[in-house]
Design a protein around this ligand. Structure first.
Ligand SMILES: Nc1ncnc2c1ncn2[C@@H]1O[C@H](COP(=O)(O)OP(=O)(O)O)[C@@H](O)[C@H]1O
Ligand SMILES: CC(=O)N[C@@H](CCC(=O)OP(=O)(O)O)C(=O)O
Length: 294
């Protein structure tokens, strides 16, 4: 290598070292902290996005944080039900889930998607462990009462009790738990739980420092579609009442409020399709998405 080539290499190495050093205050801030990341079905996207997500989880783990992944898979369940010719409808944002449907939901969530995420984290050098709410009696569900239209949702559950024993055994041992939102009911049946609700319950039980919701929008947007960078709980109620927060964002922000009440320090809603969204949020000075605090 010429002298000029060597000095360019050295300059590049110095630049890389400087970038790494910028992450130090953030790593110290989150040292040993539990961060629950809800990875929504819409945020999963293509192979590159999935690989970047897996790499982010491994990097967090190696940086001294304890990431816990809770995944969804609504669009993927929809595609499988369509393939099988099973009709599916939603009420109040929840899938009406009969006996036949809950079997497919469990198969897609706890089977195919869970193992795909575990596989991609492991392929990036991590050690992921795939579980659902049934494992170790982690989440016991009760049946959701009828919706506002009086619809019986069937096997749709809400976490009634979370036992974090299994997770506590796993965390801090360089294992990354990947959780599918399926739970056993108090009646012994299998229940389909909305992944946002499941993530909120897990984050609350673990008193996580951060709960991140990876979705398909940059965060909570105002009336003019500009990103709101910080929100307090009291402001959320007003935004719902004014019709600025609507649709799928309502249960998401309601889960944020619940998680904060349970002792989670901060919740962030961010765009999962932005490359390395989680790293930008946790390990850079910039932050991403909307931070919601008490
Ligand atoms: N004020 C708002 N800011 C951002 N998104 C909003 C807002 N109000 C409603 N939404 C809708 O909420 C959606 C996100 O919720 P949802 O589709 O349930 O996400 P996910 O599938 O990731 O759980 C956005 O794609 C957007 O259409
Ligand atoms: C009861 C209920 O609606 N459960 C959801 C579970 C998956 C989910 O929540 O996935 P996303 O996060 O990708 O939306 C469903 O059946 O679609």
């Amino acid at each position: 290598m010429t002298d000029a080539g060597a000095s360019t290499e050295q300059q590049k190495a110095q630049e890389q070292a400087a970038i790494l050093m910028q992450a130090l205050p953030h790593m110290l801030h989150y040292d040993d902290a539990t961060v629950v990341v809800k990875y929504g079905g819409h945020a999963m996207g293509d192979e590159t996005v999935a690989r970047d997500f897996a790499r982010d989880m491994v990097l967090l783990e190696q940086s001294g944080l304890n990431p816990v992944v809770v995944h969804g898979g609504g669009p993927q369940i929809g595609a499988m039900l369509k393939k099988l010719g099973i009709k599916s409808e939603f009420s109040d944002g929840l899938r009406i889930t009969d006996k036949e449907t809950v079997e497919i939901v469990e198969m897609v969530l706890a089977g195919s998607i869970n193992k795909q995420i575990v596989g991609s984290i492991n392929a990036e050098g991590g050690r992921a462990i795939g579980l659902c709410g049934k494992d170790g009696n982690m989440v016991i569900a009760h049946k959701v009462a009828r919706t506002s239209d009086g619809v019986d949702l069937g096997f749709v559950g809400e976490p009634a009790k979370v036992d974090a024993t299994v997770l506590e055994q796993v965390l801090g041992r360089e294992l990354i738990p990947v959780l599918a939102p399926i739970a056993q009911g108090v009646d012994g049946e299998t229940y389909n739980v909305n992944a946002d609700t499941f993530a909120g319950a897990i984050a609350g039980a673990l008193k996580a420092k951060r709960l991140l919701f990876l979705t398909d929008v940059p965060g909570v947007l105002d009336r003019d579609k500009n990103l709101i960078k910080e929100l307090r709980v009291d402001q959320i109620h007003a935004l719902i009442a004014e019709g600025v927060i609507t649709g799928g964002m309502i249960p998401k922000v309601e889960t944020c409020i619940y998680a904060l009440e349970q002792g989670v320090e901060g919740v962030v809603i961010l765009d999962g399709k932005t490359p390395h969204a989680v790293l930008v949020e946790l390990l850079t000075d910039h932050g991403a998405g909307t931070l919601i605090t008490r």
